[in-house]
Every structure is written in C-alpha cells, then in structure tokens.
Design a protein. Structure first.
Length: 249
C-alpha cells in the first residue's frame, strides 16, 4: 500500500512539473510573439499542445498508456504535413485509429496478451446494450455506441479495464469487496462511466481528463470512515466525457 502511494505521488509530481514547464514555455513563446518577435506559428499550434498533453499523460502513467502515444503520434503527423505537405494523408488518421481500436478489442477478445488471472472476463458491446451480474475478480469491457451495466459480486475484486467510446458504462460494486487495492483502468471518449462503491472504500484518482472530469457524488466521506486496505485506484484517460462515483446506483 505504501509503495503504491509513493509511486503515485512520484508520477503525479513529475507530471505536474512537466505540465508546469510546458505551460511556462508556451506562455513565454506566446508573449514573445505578441511583443513583435518572429515566432513560428507551429511552436504554439494545436499540434504541439496535443503532443504536450500526450507527454504529460505518458509521464503520469509511467509510459504505459496507449492514448498518450496516440496523441503524440497524431500531433507529429500533422506537424510533418505542415513542413512537408502531403507526406502523410491526414484523412487516413481517423480510419486507422478506428481500425486500431477494433484490432485491440479483437486481440483481447481472443485472449492474446492477457496476464494469467484466476478469473478474467472480456466483453465488447457495439451498437447495443448489455446488463449482467458477474463474480469475476477481474474483467475487461469495451462499449462503443452502446451501454453496459455490470454488477460485480466478487469478494476479492482486483480491478477492471473499461473502455466507453460514444457510450456509457455503469459498474455496481456495492456487493463486492476488496482484499487489496484494486485498479480500474478506463478510457472514456465522448462517453460516461458511473461507478457505485461501498461507503468505506477510498477512491484514488490518477485519471487524465481533457474537457471532462471525475465527480464524487457520494455523501461527504471522512478519512476515518474509510478502510486503508479498501482503495480503488482510477487510472486512464477521459476525453470529452465524465466519471461519476456513487454509493448506490
């Protein structure tokens, strides 16, 4: 538990330091530009901002977040096209990203690259909705243009990987229990994730949010009312979406 908190604080501090340096750099360049210095427009363009956000996300998540690499990659592609037009057809980016998402879902659905976990489930919901109760200690689910409702009753819940893209996911953990800190890794893009947890669980958010946010909707929770061993850690990215924490659904 102490090691988890230490690693989290270190990554959080490093990401904030990098974000501060980038803000100061962009602000300085912008100031020099408005005072008359000839500053190339690409330096403070949306492409560089996207690359900067991607770098901060990568540092915060120990360079293990695919979305960080995607943001850096998209920014670089458009920058390259600015310097050498038509080097890369920008119209191909969105289809390639969609194909990559589909390939990732298929890869996981076929069971490749999974860690050896005692109880593990994977579900993909596309243009549809699903509702189920499960006893899995760990599961993965992807919801695209649909809705998913999951009620987990595992007494040794160890985490989940949840993707909600133009869709919504509702996760009910009220009847679940933790024997050790668990991590929910979520990617929310133009979608929403609602999590209901027992009152004595502590929520630790490491989410990177862009035009989105994490909202704690439980009644006021005092630290003395929570169990230090019952920690739910939220990691991942939230773009144009929201994550809500409740004590009930």
């Amino acid at each position: 538990m102490e090691k988890i908190n230490t690693d989290y604080r270190r990554r959080e501090q490093n990401s904030k330091i990098l974000a501060g340096i980038l803000f100061i750099s962009f602000g300085t360049v912008f100031l020099l530009d408005v005072t008359g210095m000839n500053i190339p427009n690409w330096i403070y363009s949306w492409k560089m901002i996207l690359i900067a956000i991607g770098l901060v996300s990568l540092v915060k998540h120990n360079f293990q977040k695919l979305s960080g690499y995607v943001m850096v990659g998209i920014g670089l592609v458009f920058l390259i096209n600015d310097f050498k037009p038509h080097t890369i057809d920008s119209k191909l980016i969105l289809p390639v990203v969609v194909i990559a998402i589909g390939a990732t879902i298929l890869w996981k659905a076929l069971g490749f690259g999974k860690k050896n976990q005692k109880k593990n489930e994977f579900e993909s919901v596309l243009f549809d909705s699903s509702k189920e109760e499960a006893s899995a200690d760990y599961f993965e689910t992807s919801t695209i243009f649909g809705g998913t409702e999951k009620t987990i009753v595992s007494k040794n819940f160890r985490g989940a990987k949840i993707s909600s893209i133009f869709g919504g996911t509702e996760l009910n953990l009220i009847n679940a229990d933790l024997q050790q800190p668990a991590t929910i890794d979520t990617t929310t893009i133009f979608g929403g994730l609602t999590i209901a947890v027992p009152a004595d669980w502590r929520i630790q958010s490491e989410l990177t949010t862009i035009f989105g946010g994490v909202e704690e909707k439980r009644p006021m929770v005092n630290a003395s009312d929570t169990d230090d061993q019952k920690v739910l850690i939220l990691t991942g990215n939230c773009f144009f979406g929201g994550v809500e924490i409740h004590s009930y659904l």
